[in-house]
Design a protein around this ligand. Sequence first.
Ligand SMILES: [Zn+2]
Length: 133
Amino acid sequence: MSAIVEGFREGLKQGELRIQTCNACGTHILYPRHRCISCGSDDLGWTVASGRGVLHTFTVVRAVPPEGFEDELPYGLGVVKLEEGVQLMARLWPATDGSGWDGYACNAPVVFSPSDAASVDKRPVAWFAPAAV
Ligand SMILES: [Zn+2]
């Protein structure tokens, strides 16, 4: 049995951010469901998202991580509202210049910035970076 999130995970492995979409009414659904949240249809598929969104809120975890995340400290976590109207929790890339997550701000634009397939196998999560404005 394939997990309901398989389409999302497969997209991440291919460098795509996919949103579950109702084939009957076009509603975007995230997180994935077995039925459309708008019309109840079970005819659901996947759409590749634009990858553009706004950072609703975020935090940087620097201590006392959940079990299994100890070797990833520090790391940035945020809630991203995609322009397709759905939102998801995502990881945030730190800046490569050593400034960490200083470049992020609430309500600022962010863009999907995929990690490699090996990383997705370990932890199937979407990664975002600040969008060039
Ligand atoms: Zn629907």
